[in-house]
Design a protein around this ligand. Structure first.
Ligand code: HEC
Ligand code: HEC
Ligand code: HEC
Ligand code: HEC
Length: 477
C-alpha cells in the first residue's frame, strides 16, 4: 500500500496553514465598531466629499512598474521613522495622514519581520530540503521576504532587515521622498515622482499578488511548498484590513485620492487574481515542472486528504471522480460577481471555467481557453471600473456567493475559505455604509462560517453549507 502511505503522509505531514487569525480580525472590527463608535464611524463615511475623483483604475496599458522593478534608489525605512514624520505614537490631529504608520508597521505588521523569519527553524528546514544553503541569502526567498533591489539601487541607510519595507509597497523613494514633504505637495505630484499608486485597487492587487500569489518573476512552487513553505491564499480587502491598515479612509482620504468602495476592492482583487493565474498557467516556464504541470495551480486538498474520506460529489460538469481540479477559488468569486454586474458575461465565464477544468484531463485547448477566460475577466474588470455598485448590487453579490455555496460549489476547501473572506469583506463594507444593520447578527453569521473553515484538514462541506444557510437567514438575503 505504498500509495496510501504517500497520501496519508501528506495529510499527516507539515500542516498547511489555516486562516483563523485573519477572519477573527474582521469580526473584531465589527465588534469594536458596534461597541463604541457606530455613530461617528458612520458619520465618517456619510459625509461625502464635494467632488472626489471616481474610483477608477489605471488603464491596463499604463501599468506603473512594481516597486522592485523601479531603478530609483531605495533610501530605507529609517527615513520615514522620525516621530515628526510617520513614527508618531499618537495620530496627529491636524494632519491628513495618521503619522503613526511606522509604529503600526514595526509593532504589529508581519511585513516588518518578513526578513527575520528567514532566520527561523522553519526557513532553515525549507532551505535545507531545497539545498539552498542560507535562506536569508537565497534570492528566491529574499524576493518576497524583503525589498530585494540590486546593490547599486540601495541608499546608504537601506537595510535588508527592514523586510517588506515602506518602499517595497510605496516604491523606491529617491525622487518622491524630498518631493512629498514640500509645502503644498499633492498626491498627483508624488505619483509623478515615483510613488506607487497603492490607492488604486487594481494596482494594489497587482502589488500584493506579486508576493501573495506570485508572478512571472517570483513564485512559490509546489517544490517549495513540499519543502515546508506555508500554503498561500489571499483576498485583497481582507488582507488590507488585517495587515492592519496604517491609514484611515475618511472624507479627507477620499478627497485627496478617490472614492473607496470595499466591495469593488474585493471584486477587482478577485478578477486580478484570476488574471494572474491565467498568466502562470500559460507561462511555459511556470506552468510546468518537467513532465508534470505545476501542482500549486491545482486544488491542494484534491490530493492532500485522507483516502478514507469518500467525499467526491459532482461539481464541475464533465469532470468525473479521481481527477485533480485547478484551484478555482477566485474563479468562483468572479462568477458570483459577474452574475450581478453582467449576467451574459457571467454565463460565458462559467462555461469557460468548465472548459478549462475539462482540459486538465486532456480534452480541448488549455492555453487557448485560459487566454479567452483572461480576456473575459479583463472585460469584467473594465465594467466594474465604470460602475457604481448600488446597495442592491451588493446584496445581489452576497446572495450570489451564498447561492454558489448552496449549489455545492464550495465543496473544496479553497473555495469555502475564499468565500468566507469574500462574505466578510462585502458585509463589512455594507455595514459601514448602513446597508446592513445588526452587527451582532452579522458577527454571529460570520463566526459560523469562520468556524467551518478554521481547519482545512477537518473541513466538512456539509457544515459549511449549514453555516451559509444560517447566514442567509440572519442577514435576511
Ligand atoms: C512568491 C513570494 C514568496 C516566495 C518566493 C517565498 N515566500 Fe515565504 N511567504 C510568502 C508569503 C506571502 C507568506 C505569508 C503567507 C500568509 O500568511 O498568508 C510567506 C510565509 C513564509 C513563512 C512563514 C512565516 C510565519 O510568520 O510563519 C516562512 C517560514 C517562509 N515564508 C519562508 C520562505 C523561504 C525560506 C523562502 C525561500 C525558499 C520563501 N519563503 C519564499 C511569500 C513568499
Ligand atoms: C504591504 C504594503 C505596505 C507597506 C509595507 C507599507 N504600506 Fe503604507 N500603505 C499601503 C496601502 C495599501 C495604503 C492605502 C492606500 C493609499 O492610501 O495609498 C497605504 C497608505 C499609506 C499612507 C497614506 C495614508 C493616507 O491617508 O493617505 C502613508 C502615509 C503610508 N502608507 C506610509 C507608510 C510607511 C511610513 C510605511 C513603512 C513604515 C508603509 N506605509 C508601509 C501599503 C503599504
Ligand atoms: C515584497 C513582497 C510582499 C508584498 C508586496 C506584500 N506582501 Fe504581504 N506578506 C509578505 C510576506 C513575506 C509575509 C509573511 C511575513 C511573516 O509572516 O513573517 C506577508 C504577510 C502578510 C500578511 C499577514 C498574513 C498572516 O498570515 O497573518 C498580510 C495581512 C499581508 N501580508 C497583506 C498584504 C497586502 C494587503 C499587500 C498589498 C498592499 C501585501 N501584503 C504586499 C510579502 C509581501
Ligand atoms: C496532484 C496532486 C497534488 C496537488 C494538487 C498538491 N500536492 Fe502537495 N504533494 C503531492 C505529492 C505527490 C507530494 C509528495 C508526497 C511525498 O513526498 O510523500 C506532495 C507533497 C507536499 C508536501 C510535503 C509533504 C511531506 O510529507 O513532507 C506539502 C507541504 C504539500 N505537498 C503541500 C501542497 C500544497 C500547499 C498544495 C496546493 C497549493 C499542494 N500540495 C498541491 C501531491 C499534490
Amino acid at each position: 500500500m505504498k500509495k496510501t502511505a504517500i497520501l496519508f503522509a501528506c495529510t499527516g505531514g507539515p500542516r498547511m496553514d489555516n486562516l483563523g487569525p485573519r477572519l477573527i480580525a474582521i469580526l473584531a472590527l465589527f465588534a469594536a465598531v458596534a461597541a463604541a463608535t457606530v455613530g461617528s464611524a458612520l458619520a465618517q463615511t456619510a459625509t461625502q466629499p464635494t467632488s472626489p475623483p471616481p474610483m477608477t483604475t489605471a488603464q491596463p496599458a499604463a501599468h506603473p512598474p512594481l516597486p522592485y522593478q523601479v531603478t530609483d534608489k531605495s533610501m530605507g525605512v529609517v527615513n520615514c521613522a522620525n516621530s515628526l514624520c510617520h513614527g508618531s505614537v499618537q495620530p496627529f490631529k491636524d494632519s491628513n495622514v495618521l503619522q503613526t504608520e511606522y509604529v503600526t508597521w514595526s509593532r504589529v505588521d508581519k511585513h516588518a519581520r518578513a526578513y527575520k523569519v528567514l532566520f527561523n527553524e522553519q526557513s532553515a528546514r525549507i532551505a535545507r530540503n531545497l539545498g539552498l544553503g542560507n535562506a536569508a541569502e537565497a534570492k528566491v526567498c529574499l524576493d518576497c521576504h524583503a525589498h530585494n533591489v540590486v546593490k547599486a539601487q540601495r541608499g546608504e541607510r537601506f537595510k535588508f532587515d527592514d523586510g517588506v519595507s515602506c518602499e517595497a509597497c510605496h516604491g523606491p523613494s529617491e525622487r518622491w521622498l524630498p518631493k512629498h514633504v514640500e509645502d503644498g505637495a499633492k498626491h498627483a505630484g508624488n505619483l509623478a515622482a515615483g510613488l506607487f499608486p497603492t490607492d488604486d485597487p487594481a494596482e494594489r492587487a497587482r502589488l500584493c499578488l506579486s508576493c501573495h500569489f506570485g508572478n512571472a518573476d517570483r513564485f512559490v512552487t509546489h517544490r517549495i511548498m513540499g519543502a515546508g513553505h506555508p500554503r498561500l491564499s489571499f483576498e485583497l480587502e481582507t488582507f488590507t484590513t488585517v495587515e492592519p491598515a496604517h491609514f484611515k479612509i475618511d472624507s479627507d482620504w477620499e478627497q485627496r485620492k478617490r472614492l473607496w468602495d470595499g466591495v469593488k476592492v474585493w471584486a477587482i482583487g478577485q478578477t486580478l487574481a484570476v488574471s494572474e493565474m491565467m498568466d502562470l498557467l500559460t507561462d511555459p516556464k511556470r506552468g510546468h515542472d518537467g513532465l508534470f504541470p505545476e501542482l500549486v495551480l491545482f486544488d491542494c486538498h484534491a490530493c492532500h486528504h485522507p483516502m478514507s474520506e469518500k467525499r467526491w460529489a459532482p461539481r464541475i460538469p464533465g469532470l468525473g471522480p479521481g481527477v485533480v481540479r485547478l484551484n478555482d477559488s477566485s474563479m468562483l468569486m468572479v462568477r458570483a460577481i459577474a452574475r450581478v454586474v453582467d449576467p451574459e458575461l457571467g454565463n460565458r465565464i462559467v462555461s469557460r471555467m468548465n472548459q478549462l477544468q475539462q482540459t486538465v484531463t486532456g480534452g480541448g485547448d488549455a492555453i487557448g481557453t485560459a487566454r479567452s477566460l483572461k480576456a473575459d475577466v479583463a472585460q469584467l474588470t473594465a465594467e466594474l471600473d465604470q460602475r457604481t455598485l448600488t446597495a442592491a448590487d451588493m446584496r445581489g453579490v452576497l446572495a450570489a456567493l451564498v447561492d454558489e455555496g448552496l449549489n455545492g460549489q464550495f465543496r473544496d476547501y479553497a473555495g469555502a475559505e475564499q468565500a468566507t473572506m469574500a462574505i466578510g469583506s462585502v458585509t463589512n463594507f455594507m455595514y459601514q455604509k448602513g446597508i446592513l444593520k445588526s452587527a451582532r447578527d452579522i458577527n454571529g453569521g460570520l463566526a459560523n462560517l469562520q468556524a467551518a473553515v478554521a481547519n482545512d484538514e477537518r473541513y466538512s462541506p456539509g457544515q459549511f453549507e449549514t453555516a451559509l444557510r444560517n447566514f442567509r437567514g440572519t442577514v435576511g438575503l
